[in-house]
Design a protein around this ligand. Structure first.
Ligand code: UDP
Length: 252
């Protein structure tokens, strides 16, 4: 069998050339990193869970007319996506103060924000993904004004969709990060939600107990990351609820 071409290997995923032009395959690894890769571990089953959860969120977004790069899941760890040119920004939407916002502005974690706040970080590991403003984005040509209008619109639609889906299963969407890609169609370009949407890139708190069901479990050593992600997947109906006898199989 011909070996497929690796395009890029990141901290949590590998991208391969897809079977047809204009497609890529995203492979979800079990590697977990935090604090700009200063904390690292391999968490068996994380890739399988994130592949399924990202499929669930991206499919839901496609179904309500929010364009994403996701085409279909191929197997336990891989999904077929449209290839796109990633805009070098992490687009963060926050509903509740937490993480770097709380540190930066001295706002207690858990404080409801008066309205969703959209922030941008420049995607650059060496610099630790610094926060940037629309002025930097325009001046350095990372995105046009039209792109920025589209990005805010996409980010807020993703926020409304994810908040609702999570609320329905007793989870508060505190914040999340998305990446945006450009897809070219003839002479036109379209922006789509790209990369992944999973508990690796969201903060998810149980509404009743405040329990963390996201990557902070790993960042802050709060217990088993796969148990937390499995709980999210089970509440959403992405994985069957275990009877207690056996855990869902996550290794492949
Ligand atoms: N986030 C992410 N990747 C990053 C940085 C942040 O997915 O490289 C997500 C993070 O999981 C959280 C949100 O973006 O859901 C806001 O993160 P924050 O700026 O508070 O950074 P942190 O406290 O994680 O350093």
């Amino acid at each position: 069998m011909a070996r497929r071409k690796k395009i890029y290997e990141g901290k949590a995923k590998i991208l391969y050339e897809g079977p047809e032009p204009g497609t890529i395959v995203q492979y979800f690894k079990d590697d977990a990193t935090a604090f700009n890769a200063q904390k690292k571990d391999v968490i068996e089953g994380k890739g399988v869970l994130n592949n399924r959860l990202s499929e669930f969120f991206m499919t839901g977004l496609n179904n309500i007319g929010v364009p994403t790069h996701f085409l279909r899941r191929l197997n336990m760890r891989e999904q077929l996506c449209r290839s796109c040119e990633i805009i070098p920004l992490e687009v963060i939407v926050r509903n509740v103060a937490a993480g770097s916002l709380s540190k930066r502005l001295g706002i207690e974690e858990g404080t409801q924000l008066p309205r969703p706040i959209v922030e941008y970080c420049f995607k650059n590991d060496e610099l630790g993904d610094p926060l940037v403003t629309e002025e930097h984005i325009a001046a350095f040509g990372w995105a046009s004004q039209q792109d920025m209008d589209d990005i805010v619109h996409l980010a807020l639609r993703v926020n409304d969709f994810l908040s609702g889906v999570m609320m329905a299963v007793g989870i508060k969407l505190v914040d999340f990060k998305i990446e945006i890609g450009r897809v070219y169609e003839g002479d036109f370009q379209r922006l789509v939600v790209a990369d992944e949407i999973s508990p690796d890139s969201c903060r998810l708190w149980d509404i009743e107990t405040g329990k963390h069901l996201d990557k902070d479990v790993f960042r802050r050593d709060l217990g088993s990351l796969t148990d937390a992600y499995t709980e999210v997947a089970q509440r959403l109906g992405v994985l069957p609820r275990s009877t207690g006898a056996t855990k869902p199989t996550l290794i492949n």
